[in-house]
Each structure stands twice: as structure tokens, then as C-alpha cells.
Design a protein around this ligand. Sequence first.
Ligand code: TYM
Length: 333
Amino acid sequence: MGVKKIFSGVQPTGNLHLGNYIGAIKNFVDLQNENNDCIFCVVDLHAVTVKQDPKILKKNIRETAATFLACGINPKKSIIFNQSSVPAHSELSWYLSCVARMGWLNRMTQFKEKAGKDREKASVGLYIYPVLMAADILLYDATHVPVGEDQKQHLELARDISKKFNTDFEAPDFFKIPEPLIQKSFARIMSLKDGTKKMSKSDPSDLSRINLTDTDSEMVNKIKKAKTDTNLFPTDTYSLKSRPEIENLIGIYSSLKEKKIEDSLNDFKDQNFSFFKEELSDLIVEKISPISKEIKKIKEEKGYIDQVLRDGSDKANEISSKKIRDIKKKFGF
Ligand code: TYM
């Protein structure tokens, strides 16, 4: 297979967690190490679709970049930058908002979830958030976009916008039709407290997620307190369907061990949950603790992080400004 053009983004809204790692960032690193052309973006313009404290946002932008670096994204191989330092994202977002249809945006389930009951009070930015996401991807002619399951609908919208632009402007292939790269098995890591809810930065309970900055004892404690049930340890995948919390914990184990679910179930045949939980927390500590320590170390090196982001922005600006020039010609500007 040839080299893929990869683009993906993560919001700097604090509390990056095991779901972000397993669903997205771990794959970023694998794709980079397979020598694809990779661009990873701290999507700070997406973050301001809900109100942010400027000082905390600034800190979170650095922390998200530090997390990329700590997880193994190498600025010598991949472009790392923050979205607001590349004006082409906002500009293309406007052009594409004139191509996207209201009906398409009205179907976006994440907007409905995030806006809640009082939709009239949600920001316009939150509503057109997926158009900015399409702009991020199409600007760099990305062919593949690694994301967790929750971003699938937004990716489909980006594909629709790309096709409509190419048709409207009679420019086949002007924008690529990006392929989502969503893992088959572990694309949706769930809350440790409720296996029907996704693990999320915004869950008020810190016990619901393993943060990538947690200490070893916090990780162990969270797994100890993770919800299970009183039934015996499952022996087959079929019985997991009605036991979402157990399915999630075994999914986390399998993903970090890079094993099939069936094989993990086999590892714990005839064992009890407390034994499984001990093994799981050891595994999480083994994989996440080095990342957590590295994040803390890199976070102190503000000058280094800012330099990485500046270098990345320079490269991103160079690529995207050429594309914007071509897009403006298409519109007749
Ligand atoms: P964000 O910041 O919410 O999440 C970053 C990435 O983590 C994945 N993810 C999860 N995967 C598995 N289980 C979970 N519980 C879980 N929670 C989050 C997300 O799917 C995502 O891949 N809109 C995007 C950011 C974005 C973007 C883009 C992504 C902006 N522009 C262009 C790709 C391409 C978002 O809010 O992700």
C-alpha cells in the first residue's frame, strides 16, 4: 500500500483520557511509524465552540501538544500544530459552510447531545463545528482520518461536502474523499462507571475515566472502583453483549495487550473479577504511567512545546495557503 496522507485532531479541553489514547492517539503513532505523511492538530478553534477560560485554554493547548509528544508523535516525522495559528482553517470553513446544506447539519447527533435541551442557546459555532472539521481535513488533501467511533458521522459529512464541492465546481478530484480509519474492536471506550456512556473529558466524575496524567495509584484506584457485576467472569463474547461494563474492561485489556477479546477471555478462565482487575490495573500502569510521567516532564518545557507548534504551523501554513489560493480561484475571487 502507498503512503497515506493522514490528518487528525484533538480538542484541547483538558483531561485527555484512555479513550482518546486507545481510540485515536495510539493509532496516530502507529500510522506515523508506518511512514505515512501525518499531520496532527490541536483543534483550539473547535474548543471555543463552548465558552473557555483563555488562561486555561492556553495551558490545555500546550498540554495536548505535550500529550502528542509523550505518546510518541515525533515532530521530525509528523507535523504538529494548533489550528488557530493557521488562518486557512477558518477561511475554508466559511467557504464550505456555503456548500454544506442545513439538512445535513441538522442530522448531526453530537450537536444534539452537546446542545442539550436548550438548543436555541447553543453557539452557532457548535452547530457548524463539523464544517470546520471538514475544512481541517480537506485543506491538506488528507486521504485517511484516524478517529474514534464518535466522529464517524462527522467524517461522513466531510465526505459529502467534498463530493458536493467537486460536483458544483465541476472539478472532479479537487478535494479528496477522506476515508475514516476507525478501529473495528476498540473504537469506543466507555465510562468506568456506566458502560452505556462513552468515556468523556466532560463527565463530572473523575472516577469514570483514566486520565493520561493520572498517577499510578489513581489508575489502580479507578480500576478497583470500576463498575462490574455479581455474575461469574464471562467465558464467551456473546454473553458480553448484555454486560457493557465488563465488555468495556475486557476491551481495554485486549486493546492494550493487542489481543483478540476471545483470547483475553481465555486468559481469565475460572478467575474472579478481583484477579482480572489487578491484572488490568498492572497493564494500564505499565502502558500509561510512562506517558503520564513524560507529559509532566514535557509540560515544564514550555519553550520547547511552543517551538514545536511554531515549526508545525509554518509547515501547515505553507501547505494550506496554496490550497486556499486554488479554492479562491474556483469561487471566482
Ligand atoms: P475529541 O477531542 O473529542 O477526541 C479526540 C479523539 O479521541 C476519540 N475519542 C474516543 N475514542 C474512543 N473512545 C472514547 N471514549 C473516545 N473519546 C474520544 C475521538 O473520536 C477523536 O478521534 N471533532 C474532533 C476533533 C477534530 C478532528 C478534526 C478529528 C477536529 N477536526 C479533523 C479528525 C479530523 C473531536 O472533538 O475529538
